[in-house]
Design a protein around this ligand. Structure first.
Ligand SMILES: NC(=O)c1ccc[n+]([C@@H]2O[C@H](COP(=O)([O-])OP(=O)(O)OC[C@H]3O[C@@H](n4cnc5c(N)ncnc54)[C@H](OP(=O)(O)O)[C@@H]3O)[C@@H](O)[C@H]2O)c1
Length: 269
């Protein structure tokens, strides 16, 4: 990408993104700068990725056209109201901060173009699922820039900002639900004599494969379930039990609980 990218914050998410963007060839290290508070983070990022590191957000912003805001939600206000970070008209602000909406971000950087992205932590293995929304003043080129950053990290979908709460439940929180399922599958497998680590790896690869089947086969989840359930076979027995126990309903309720919490967090601010 021709633009230069600057990260404000170089913690877990920013590092995962930086690693992925370099690995995927989207940016070279000399096109990336970042800011972090502590010297230890700055040294580590410099040494590991060869990017330019700064102690102040304004220094990273000065070297970039696209600014990724990747600090904790509680750190955002200080950045703009105490450090007085000011952005230039050339900057596109891309926030990955949970729970701070575009309108609020625009009050911090009046006149700037703002996009908001909800990635998930699978960014760390370049298998991110992100939803993004574009602010009122942005252009189609800005949307292409956001797409060009997040698509190579996994999969990205443009949505209306209101739908980002749903994205939070569907892809932000859902990896945790899937880890719980993997753990339970591995535990059950271990109960029948499989080494637990082998069971966990077999289950995890099955989850990766099932995801790929949904993404690539063109079949619906229902058709895929039918496809693996032969009458009087093994899978149908497990599927029947999950249905009797309300598995689908429970999972849907878990997603709903996460979405509701996302909405509530925005209200609390
Ligand atoms: N983790 C997830 O799964 C996930 C998913 C989606 C979205 N998010 C969002 O991503 C954001 C970052 O999360 P994270 O887990 O990466 O947080 P994190 O590991 O705590 O990283 C925060 C980073 O911000 C730096 N920082 C704080 N204040 C700063 C300032 N004034 N100027 C420059 N740098 C500053 C910190 O510096 P030091 O390193 O020196 O402390 C640190 O590098 C959050 O807003 C979160 O809501 C996270």
């Amino acid at each position: 990408m021709r633009s230069r990218i600057g990260f404000i914050g170089a913690g877990r998410m920013a590092e995962a993104m930086i690693k992925g963007l370099i690995d995927e060839g989207v940016y070279t290290p000399d096109g990336i700068s970042a800011a972090a508070l502590s010297e230890s983070t700055r040294d580590r990022m410099r040494e590991t990725y060869g990017i330019r590191m700064h102690g102040r957000a304004a220094e990273a912003a000065a070297e970039a056209d696209v600014i990724v805001l990747a600090v904790k939600p509680a750190q955002v206000r200080g950045l703009f109201e105490e450090e007085h970070l000011v952005l230039e008209p050339r900057h596109l602000l891309v926030s990955i901060v949970a729970g701070i909406d575009i309108r609020t971000l625009e009050t911090y950087v009046p006149g700037s173009r703002v996009a908001r992205v909800m990635p998930n932590h699978c960014c760390m293995v370049t298998s991110c699922a992100s939803g993004y929304a574009m602010g009122a003043g942005t252009t189609e080129d800005d949307a292409a820039t956001v797409e060009g950053i997040f698509s190579p990290l996994g999969l990205s979908k443009r949505v209306e900002e209101d739908a980002l709460d749903a994205v939070t439940g569907v892809s932000g929180s859902s990896p945790a639900f899937m880890y719980m399922m993997l753990d339970a599958i591995a535990e059950a497998g271990a109960g029948f004599g499989l080494a637990r680590e082998d069971a966990l790896q077999l289950a995890a690869q099955s989850m990766v494969g099932a995801g790929k089947m949904v993404l690539e086969s063109g079949m619906t989840p229902e058709q895929l379930v039918d496809g693996v359930c032969s009458p009087r076979g093994t899978t149908i027995e497990g599927v029947k039990l999950l249905r009797e126990k309300g598995f689908e309903q429970t999972v849907a309720e878990a997603v709903t609980a996460s979405v509701r919490r996302s909405i509530e967090m925005k209200r609390v601010g």
